[in-house]
Design a binder for this molecule. Structure first.
Ligand SMILES: Nc1ncnc2c1ncn2[C@@H]1O[C@H](COP(=O)(O)OP(=O)(O)O)[C@@H](O)[C@H]1O
Ligand code: SF4
Ligand SMILES: [Mg+2]
Length: 353
């Protein structure tokens, strides 16, 4: 077996993975994740964006073995965790953690913050009690929580403080990969940026790999190296975060982005695309392209035929029949933008810096 430190394999390989809930015979099967494939490289922040119900949490939970895929393969480095014995899996899972939106769910209200942060070490049987306490205090310091909060109970902390303690707890067993599932969604907008900066700093200091899940394009664009866009269990587009967000090649990404004008390239004003049409049923998804019931670019072929995912530009994967058309439009638009900035520089020198 190759050492995780020296291997050049991705941190996580997701190959044709599906997760189904319910019962097909009773007609209640929901394919929450449907044949998705991508790699998460070591040390990167891989964002996953999509509306509520698109399958992000299900995918994240499968990636850390909290759910078993109904199809496809997940590899952690070169290990298939689903082939391990229960005992081996318990040990292996320490290196693959998940931090979720609701920190309350991670804490026992009867335990102090220090006890909760120490708990993973107690369960793993690591070190003496004094060593575990020292490691927990060091971790609270790393996430910028004052030691005075260590003996408080969860209800005595603010939402932001609780989420910091939650992160400290997830880091105690020195994981390789952390799935961060809507980790700032429950926090005030005023402290979201601080929390994102903390995640960013910890990733750099500890050489972590993140899968950063959010329904909020601003959050994902702030932190991610690459981003995957999910719609109804499928990945419709993925690639370098900046490119995907600034020049989307899928109509769904384009619509998500148009709802966030402050993200747009070069401060240009963009027309907002309001998605219309029926939101599909998870039990009975639309034929052809799943987005066809809401897509402003939909044509006849979209109802009949599911688009194949293909690599349109190096590292940019898209599943839309008309992605090439969007690529041409986007290239033309960039020429237009360049021209506009040239005009501005020549007619109003000194305005542009
Ligand atoms: N435990 C479950 N049992 C049945 N259906 C579920 C379960 N968890 C999620 N689902 C369904 O799977 C789909 C994807 O859900 P989820 O992964 O939570 O999406 P997201 O995180 O993007 O909001 C939804 O239709 C949801 O209702
Ligand atoms: S395949 Fe058709 S319906 Fe689907 S995203 Fe592309 S244009 Fe829209
Ligand atoms: Mg979710």
């Amino acid at each position: 077996m190759t050492s995780a430190l020296t291997s050049t394999r991705p941190a996580v390989t997701v190959d044709g993975v599906s997760v189904t809930f319910g019962n097909a015979k009773r007609g209640t099967a929901v394919r929450a994740v449907d044949g998705v494939s991508f790699n998460v490289e070591k040390g990167e922040i891989f964002g996953v964006i999509g509306e509520s119900g698109s399958g992000k949490s299900t995918l994240g939970r499968a990636m850390v073995c909290l759910l078993t895929p109904s199809g496809g393969t997940i590899l952690h480095d070169d290990v298939n965790p689903f082939t391990l014995t229960r005992r081996e899996l318990n040990r292996h899972r320490r290196k693959y953690q998940i931090v979720s939106q609701d920190p309350n769910a991670a804490f026992d209200p009867r335990m102090t913050i220090l006890q909760s942060v120490m708990e993973p070490l107690n369960i793993a049987g690591e070190g003496t009690r004094a060593e575990r306490r020292a490691r927990a205090f060091a971790m609270l310091d790393r996430v910028a929580l004052s030691p005075e909060l260590a003996n408080r109970y969860p209800h005595e902390l603010s939402g932001g403080q609780k989420q910091r303690a939650n992160i400290a707890r997830a880091l105690m067993l020195e994981p390789n990969v952390i799935v961060c599932d809507e980790v700032v969604a429950a926090l005030d907008v005023s402290i979201q940026a601080d929390m994102l900066n903390l995640f960013d700093r910890l990733q750099k200091e500890l050489g972590l790999t993140y899968v950063f899940i959010s329904h909020d394009l601003r959050v994902v664009s702030h932190i991610s190296d690459r981003v995957a866009v999910m719609y109804f269990g499928k990945i419709v587009e993925f690639g370098p975060a900046r490119e995907v967000i600034e020049t989307p090649l899928h109509p769904y990404t384009e619509a998500l982005r148009s709802a966030e004008p402050e993200i747009t390239a070069l401060g240009e004003a963009r027309k907002r695309i309001i998605l219309q049409g029926e939101i599909p049923s998870a039990i009975n998804p639309p034929s052809g392209c799943r987005f066809h019931t809401r897509c402003p670019r939909m044509r006849d072929i979209c109802r009949a035929q599911e688009p194949e995912q293909r690599e349109l530009l190096p590292g940019r994967h898209v599943a839309c029949h008309f992605a090439e058309e969007m690529l041409r439009e986007s290239a033309a638009e960039h020429v237009g933008l360049t021209d506009r900035s040239v005009v501005a520089t020549t007619t109003a020198p000194g305005v542009l810096t």
